[in-house]
Design a protein around this ligand. Structure first.
Ligand SMILES: NC(=O)c1ccc[n+]([C@@H]2O[C@H](COP(=O)([O-])OP(=O)(O)OC[C@H]3O[C@@H](n4cnc5c(N)ncnc54)[C@H](O)[C@@H]3O)[C@@H](O)[C@H]2O)c1
Length: 666
């Protein structure tokens, strides 16, 4: 059967052959066995409801075995045999290019070169799922192949509830992931309800079909490392010969060595999973792999002395690196961590002193013991970091819940006031005040032709738009503009594409709107050969409410509210997004964050022009307004500027209160 017919078929009527468990692929760790006997029956019945009863007698024992062996029912038998990748848009069977573009984005999220655990439909972050099982994938793709511009596909945590009548201007897909009654939003609730097959952890761009491989994060990471370097520079010098130590070569963390190279330092990134190390090394994202600590110490000394720009992967536990570098007095200039501590008990963080395999067995068979091992590792980890920072290392939390989980493990990580952490998060010190408050965030696009020439054209267009805007930009955003222009100029040379022909570029509201407008015009003129998908990471100005990350530089108490993310999702939907998503969890863990995003298809039409201007303006200024109301200086500046540029925008501004006014009143 050809690809188009296979997509149209959805869940096949005839059972495909049973698939063997492919050991050459990176698989999700076995999940905890939390369900009672009754709940296991329920999980099975929930899974079987996707299939004709004539198949139940074959599928029931098979799914029961999956649940027993892996803690989840993935329905491996239904994994398609065709290659999973972002095909050129015309290869998708669809009645509207909007639906075809969404199919392309879904397949990209599941591409073996892109996804972390492709057979378990996990794109990144250990648990960031596109779907819960293969039946949901098949059904969603079938619906997309049938939908018209008078319908909207409704996605409940990976489950396609169906196509509902809507209208031309409505989103084609509305995605929600992990929306729980708040009291049922703890990590073990995810384990339970995900095993039951009724919810999933969509992370950010996984469950919203907007992941573009590690490139998406390289840019943000480069900006972070560069600005961290500016913070520690004593005389305005760059990062040459300076050492950056961190961990994780996974989905997002895999961008760190590349960012280190672009920023011009020596970097050491520890990684416990040999498959992850191998993938990044083969892709050229990390230069060298070292397995031995003695060798690592001497290699790093040589690299620092020679001011080499080099990225080194250490195959092993990061705690060993921090401890050995302390013993050997290897000075670390910048330090961070990008293990998946938003997911500490299910494979996001590995205990020191045991092999990767031993840890995986303990995780599945002795979860309580595993938890203790994790917490004692976190205490050691924090102690070693503390010894380095006492010598002068600048350490920042990379939004992976390191400080949060370390504090929960009783590590010595609190500031003297006992309320705040001893170290800043990268958003508090860098991304928040320098980027988000001014509206700069991870804008991105995908050329649906799959043609690298189209991508080059979009890069050139974006660069010339930014250069034009920069001429009249205020001093406050000149550094941002310069960094972003430099990034887009070097983008092709840095070979950032993994998967779809995509580009990320930090831009503010004005930049995003003008770049998108120029793309749409180039499509209309035929200079770009096919539609372009616009989107962004949820990790942005307005998309995410997350008190320990995106909104950690909000200090008016509202960092624990989620109005901004929900408003963002709703507001994008009626201003023209092609698809929208709202997620619980993403980045820092279930129950810890609310985040949303969008996708928008530009097809060169005047309608696309209207939509992009209306939606992108809101999508950025919503967050700036909220940040300004929280009294963030940069955001007050940016929202006043936005009001000057658009007279229909009227935002409530805060009156600043002198602290002496409230002193002594309580
Ligand atoms: N890059 C960013 O801008 C950014 C922003 C915010 C948050 N984050 C956070 O960073 C974390 C990582 O994201 P990801 O997509 O790379 O996740 P991932 O799970 O794909 O990668 C994490 C990697 O860390 C490795 N690891 C775990 N414990 C280790 C240890 N003790 N020593 C060495 N390696 C260890 C794992 O094997 C895994 O490969 C997440 O929590 C994410 O939310 C990243």
């Amino acid at each position: 059967m050809n690809f188009k017919d296979e997509i149209r078929q959805g869940i096949p009527d005839q059972l495909p052959e049973q698939a063997s468990y492919d050991l050459s692929v990176n698989h999700a760790p076995n999940r905890k066995d939390l369900l009672s006997q009754d709940e296991k029956h329920l999980a099975l019945a929930n899974a079987l409801r996707y299939f004709d009863p004539k198949h139940h007698s074959v599928l029931a024992p098979e799914f029961a075995k999956e649940l027993k062996d892996y803690g989840r029912i993935y329905m491996y038998r239904f994994r398609p045999k065709y290659r999973m990748y972002a095909r050129p848009i015309e290869e998708y069977p669809a009645k509207t290019p909007q639906a075809a573009a969404i199919m392309l984005m879904i397949q990209n999220n599941l591409d073996y070169a892109v996804a972390q655990h492709p057979h378990e439909l996990i794109t990144y972050g250990g648990n960031g799922a596109v779907f819960q099982n293969w039946a949901q994938y098949l059904l969603a793709m079938k619906y997309l192949s049938e939908m018209t511009e008078e319908q909207t596909l409704v996605m409940y945590s990976g489950h396609p509830m169906g196509l509902f009548p809507s209208h031309h201007d409505a989103p084609r897909v509305v995605v929600t992931n992990g929306m729980m009654i708040p009291n049922y939003s703890k990590p073990d609730d995810w384990e339970k309800f995900n095993a039951l097959g009724v919810t999933q952890y969509g992370q950010m761009t996984a469950g919203s079909y907007m992941y573009i491989g590690p490139q998406g994060i390289v840019h943000g990471t480069t900006i972070t490392v560069l600005n961290a370097g500016r913070k520690i520079a004593k005389h305005g010098e760059g990062l040459a010969g300076k050492l950056f130590v961190t961990a994780g070569l996974g989905g997002m963390s895999g961008a760190q060595p590349k960012a280190g190279n672009i920023a011009g330092c020596v970097s050491v990134t520890a990684e416990v999973n040999p498959k992850a190390t191998q993938t990044r090394h083969e892709q050229g994202w990390v230069d060298e792999v070292i397995q031995d600590l003695d060798e690592l110490v001497s290699r790093v000394r040589r690299a620092k002395e020679g001011k080499e720009v080099v990225s080194i992967a250490y195959q092993g536990n990061v705690v060993d690196v921090w401890e050995r570098f302390d013993e050997e007095d290897v000075y670390i200039d910048l330090g961070s961590d990008q293990t998946s501590l938003h997911n500490p008990w299910a494979g996001g963080y590995y205990p020191v002193g045991m092999s990767f395999e031993e840890a995986n067995t303990m995780m599945a068979e002795e979860p309580e013991k595993f938890k203790e091992a994790i917490q004692s590792t976190l205490r050691k980890h924090a102690d070693a970091v503390n010894r380095h920072t006492a010598k002068g290392t600048y350490f920042f939390d990379y939004g992976n819940a390191f400080l949060l989980e370390a504090s929960r493990a009783g590590a010595d990580i609190m500031a003297e006031d006992g309320i705040r952490f001893r170290y800043p998060s990268y958003v508090q010190d860098i991304m928040g005040p320098m980027c988000f408050d001014y509206g700069f965030g991870p804008f991105r696009w995908v050329c649906t032709s799959g043609n690298p020439d189209d991508l080059q054209k979009t890069d050139d267009i974006a660069c010339s738009v930014l250069e034009k805007i920069r001429l009249n930009s205020p001093e406050e955003i000149q550094q941002q503009m310069a960094d972003n222009i430099q990034w887009i100029k070097g983008a092709r040379e840095n070979k950032l594409v993994v998967g779809s022909q995509a580009r990320i570029l930090y831009a503010d509201a004005e930049g995003r709107m003008k770049i998108a407008e120029a793309f749409n015009q180039a499509i209309a003129r035929g200079e770009i050969s096919a539609p372009v998908v616009l989107g962004r990471d949820h990790h942005d100005v307005s998309g995410t409410d997350s008190p320990y990350r995106e909104t950690s530089n909000i200090y008016d108490g509202s960092q624990f509210t989620a109005d901004m993310a929900v408003q963002n999702f709703v507001g994008d939907s009626f201003r023209g997004a092609t698809w929208i998503s709202l997620h619980n969890g993403g980045g820092v863990g279930w129950g810890e964050v609310m985040n949303g995003g969008f996708g928008m298809v530009l097809d060169g039409s005047s309608e696309a022009d209207r939509r992009l201007k209306m939606m992108l303006h809101w999508d950025v200024n919503n967050g700036i307004a909220r940040r300004g109301w929280a009294r963030n200086e940069g955001a007050i500046f940016a929202i006043k500027r936005a009001m000057e540029q658009e007279e229909r925008l009227q935002v409530t501004l805060p009156n600043l209160v002198d602290s002496s006014t409230t002193e002594g009143l309580f």
